[in-house]
Design a protein around this ligand. Structure first.
Ligand code: SF4
Length: 354
């Protein structure tokens, strides 16, 4: 493969082989002056992802020389190591989302065979031809389950012989989800002391910006409830919504029931959802009212931890989550003030805690 393609899609398996063939060791990458530019580019990737997310502009670096190509291919593992030194679920998701959005933009100028082969590497059965693509319906379902707009429902697709027909633009949107899922599922990587030491200053810089983003987020008006008491699962869902990320239906259901049961009014819950771009206001209001029992006969309960885990909505929990009897996000919310006061709370929380 043309190495410039590896620089543009550095998550491909061949990129690892490309680096292996050059005999670059981890210590070289972390320490050698020759790779300073690659380390700086890796840091840039993470900072832009953190600050801009899916609105990060695609700034294509020059790829004229071997050195420029190598720098870009190396910047990707650097960024992944840096993200892994912090291992914050919000940072991981935001970084994966940004890389995926960049990949989608880059794929827009690639030919159909390359798009199909990249999809194959991601485990998708995608065929290209006649100006569009066809994807196996199981892959379509798997990679669009977080997209709730009608246009992504299976029953609104043209399905031919078990394959969903997609325009190029829509096929790339599905691939974006697949890239994001792949990157997210691989992080955090285990990092050793040498990596931690080499990235000490960069890690601190990213952590400071991350903390300030979370602080801004905390400061946002949520009525009478305290966001510092939120369990990691609900905190992450709220952060995703407020950062315009796609949240699966199960996640929106969970956060609406949670906000309702801790005392937010439907209007306050609506404000939390209000600026999600792909979420029509009247549908949002209807769903909130339906879930909270304002219309219909059922006031739904907040899912317990076991259900959150089965939905893939539990980021693993923090120290309080792992205390005896902790089986429900609402129990966490009720216990948090006492927990903060207790001596146990002086222990450092695991990643994911607000
Ligand atoms: S253990 Fe329960 S409360 Fe804690 S993050 Fe997971 S689902 Fe949420």
């Amino acid at each position: 493969m043309d190495p410039r393609r590896l620089a543009r899609f550095p998550f491909l398996k061949e990129a690892s082989g490309f680096l292996r063939d050059r005999g670059i060791t981890l210590s070289d990458l972390l320490q050698e002056a020759a790779y300073r530019r690659a380390r700086a580019r890796g840091l840039d990737r993470v900072l832009v992802a953190l600050e801009k997310g899916d609105r990060a502009p695609l700034e294509e670096p020059p790829l004229r020389t071997d050195a420029e190509v190598l720098t870009e291919v190396l910047a990707y593992p650097v960024a992944r190591m840096l993200v892994s030194t912090i291992a914050d679920p919000y940072l991981i998701r935001r970084y994966a989302l940004t890389e995926a959005v960049w990949a989608q933009m880059r794929l827009s100028i690639e030919d159909a065979p390359f798009v199909a082969s990249l999809a194959g590497e991601l485990g998708l059965d995608l065929l290209g031809g006649n100006g569009g693509f066809q994807i196996h319906f199981t892959d379509f379902l798997k990679h669009t389950n977080s997209m709730r707009e009608k246009e992504w429902k299976l029953n609104n697709q043209v399905v031919d012989g078990g394959r969903v027909r997609l325009s190029r633009e829509r096929a790339l949107r599905v691939l974006r989800n697949a890239v994001q899922g792949k990157i997210e599922s691989e992080l955090p990587l285990p990092v050793n002391d040498e990596v931690l030491e080499a990235f000490r200053r960069d890690t601190q810089q990213v952590k400071t910006i991350l903390a300030s983003r979370k602080e801004r987020f905390k400061a946002e008006e949520l009525g009478k409830v305290s966001i510092t008491r939120f369990p990691p699962c609900m905190y992450n869902l709220l952060a995703s919504i407020q950062n315009h990320e796609n949240v699966p239906h199960s996640g929106r259901f969970a956060i609406v029931t949670f906000l309702h049961h801790i005392g937010l009014s439907n209007e306050e819950i609506f404000k939390v959802f209000g600026d999600v771009p792909d979420f029509a206001a009247d549908v949002t209001r209807y769903q909130i009212e339906h879930i909270t029992g304002a219309i219909g006969a059922t006031e739904y309960s907040t899912p317990e931890c076991a259900t959150m885990k089965s939905y893939g909505l539990c980021p693993g929990g923090d120290l309080l989550c792992h205390q005896p009897g902790m089986k429900h996000p609402l129990t966490y919310y009720r216990r948090k003030p006492r927990w903060i006061m207790s001596s146990a709370a002086t222990s450092r929380p695991l990643a994911g805690s607000p």
